[in-house]
Design a protein around this ligand. Sequence first.
Ligand code: PRX
Length: 696
Amino acid sequence: MRVIGLFCAFVGSLPATANSFVPSTSHGSTNLPTNNEGTIKMTSDSNIEPVYAAKTVSAFDKYKKEHAQSIKSPSKYWGKLAREVLDWEVPFDSHRVLQGDLTNGDVRWFSGGKLNVAYNALDRHDPKKLAMIWEGDEPDDVRRITYGEMTNKVSQIANALKAKGVKKGQVVTIYMPMIPELAMTMLACARIGAVHSVVFAGFSSDALGSRIQAANSEVVVTADHGLRGSKRIPLKDIVNAAVEHVKDKDLVKHVLVWERNYEGPESEAPYEMNSNDVRMDILVDDQRPYCPPEPMEAEENLFILYTSGSTGLPKGLVHTTGGYALYAAHTTKTTFDLAPDDIFACVADCGWITGHSYVVYGPLLNGATTFMFESTPVYPDEGRYWDMVQRHKITQFYTAPTAIRLLMRYGEEAVQKYDLSSLKVLGTVGEPINPEAWRWYYEVVGKSKCTIVDTYWQTETGGHIVTNIPGVTPMKPGSCTLPFYGIDAVVLDPADGHVVEPDENGKAEGVMAVRQPWPGMARTCLGDHARYKTVYLKPYPGYYFTGDSVMRDEEGNHFIIGRVDDIINVSGHRIGTAEVESALVAHPAVAQAAVVGRPHDLKGQSIAAFCMLRKGYEESPELLTELKMNVRHEVGAFCSPDLIVVSPTLPMTRSGKIMRRILRKIVCGETDSLGDISTLADPSIVDTLIEKVGKK
Ligand code: PRX
């Protein structure tokens, strides 16, 4: 089964000890954690019973009941919450809470209702309360911004966007470092009904240019530079190159530039200004600090976010106003057990969905104080996260397994120096967390007192769809556990699409799907609804297909195994093979390329590329460096392959289809289970590649 083929991608770093949760065979017999591990107390049914989750029994029963009700009557469940959680300018129709379905791909939530997300995230909260604590690259570079200040500033930015001709429904591309102005520009778009498209500032100018073009975006907002670990990233220069790259030369009307060290309108711009560039600080300073929030239909677009698919160009996933806002708010509050005075820290970048939902929208819609972080976990040293927790008294801390694995390497001392007693909930997202990292997070960071929430979700889902809930549902290392309210999670047989019944041990294995719509789901791909349906709804009619394989245990806990498509997950970054391959073949030496993921101790997966050269070119260290540079240049440094194998040909079927499955097995070292290779045009290539990879 293809599902299992990818499994190697995630277990490379996991020791196959008897008490590891990792399935011991590729067909998934699972050894659950035993009860003699460290300080984690297990109940007889091998669930973890941390101090923080002590009230589980009755709360767990309540969850089961509420979850069942939310599935049975989604309109009732979400309708009630939508009225409680959000302020509506025009109430939605009670009989049209949910319309459409997954079969037709015409899902609509809260029809008839109008609201503004920026108003909900800002104006309605106590203006004196801290909306955001921001910490820049240097630990002493801290800003504290109240709700009142942020409301005014967002209004000024909104007026500035309007002054430059931005209208409701237009896409504004944002390419910025993690500074408060990034969040505020997103909210300013939401305030006037413009649709933001944040592009992660690690993407190259070419990748940015194609996203500007694909979204038909006339306005780009950037900053002069970003900072990461004292390195200066010249964002404005990258945007200049991106604008050059945009095919439609007249498309971009304005580039608006935030200046990091703005010194007033008289100061000279410390970067190259083109004729259509505008200095954002000067423009914003001139604006009135009030901009009426645009009442938006619940189903009007809030933002798009490009994400990699298995084929072709990245898809611009569309999230709409009412449903997304409700889902981001409700999951933040519930999964993180958010209380009014909490300092909520999600250290993801706003260039990804995690930053959208859990740095900006979720916390602010709840009126919480969100913590925004510009730098890296190891700058100026490996204690940075914990130092921040101590200094800002952070209560929830949300990061990715790759960061935890990295920090584990520095030992416990780097954590123990700090007072982490403010912490209540520790979150993880982006990839499966291996039990060693889970335990370290739980014991060393959380002192066995915090709840670890392993949140499984995707750009497409808008917010968590499978996660444990502090004090409500039990934790299990390595498992994202149980579906969130309103999520009808099912395991499907990839071969025939039927719901997999539990086997004699109560386990079910297959692909992960959802049986009914939820408010946070992306509604379409920008300008290409057919693609949306093809990728998510058609593979298993009647279901939303996640693209992940999963094992569900006898208690209903989900263990995500990995992608079943050609998406690679490097350090929690989602990378499409097609993008990297097209960057490689853009080099004149490369005739054809195939890219696969392989296990990596720190990053989860790394990229391995197989390249077939054109006549007249030969392998050399210089060429390999050039190929890596091509990927950096065309997509971004975070997509650079760790391994490039020059190959006389690629394993192709007679009809010319590259069999990545075989390449994956080769880089995973699983050469004794290659499966049927007789369909290859030239089966002898397999031995050649095994030998070549072995030598690397
Ligand atoms: O494979 C799953 C993995 O990340 C994919 C989604 O990537 P992206 O859209 O970039 O969103 C990442 C942040 C939400 C999923 O299809 N993934 C995400 N969270 C988990 C995970 N795999 C296992 N466990 C998780 N908690």
